[in-house]
Design a protein. Sequence first.
Length: 196
Amino acid sequence: MPLPLLWIGAAAVSALAVKGLSDDRKSQQSKRGRYRKVQTLSDLERHESPIAIYPSDMMSTEQLVRPAVGAIVCCGIGGVLDHTGIWVDDNTIVELDGEGLIKPISVNRFTKERSGKQIFMACDSNAKPLACEKAAQRALEQIFQLRDYHVIDNNCHQFVWQCFKLGDENVTTFKDLNINLSKMFNRKIYWDLCDC
């Protein structure tokens, strides 16, 4: 009999955690509208994350953004991980797939075999995509090349980062990628819905 009570307790704790995350997200979105200038890293309070809003299919994101060449895009995988790529033109994203192939794919294909149904774009607090045309060019130059893919040491986040900072340190996680991008652009990152 204690097991069902444990499940009910766990469900209640989970519901409170999701509500707390949702409230934090709404708070970040409302604060965002009050900023007249772009939030830079110097605007962060001590120990505050440089990522203001994470991508999430479960929680609403009010801001829609038009894609920009060289912007970083992502979608969810299994509700736990994020897959990243680089926007290169009107309906094309260059990604490193799980087999190690760097390839151009359509917006629909980017989310087709993944759990996330929406594409998010890294933006600043004014909803301007964090983009670099040189990164898009580097991604295009690598199309149809094979890499020795590894889920930790040589993944999609590493591919994206190397397009931005060729030969720079390795990144292994989505968080590492965000921290590096935040430093590079000197911006707090908001993952907004891509209007594509």
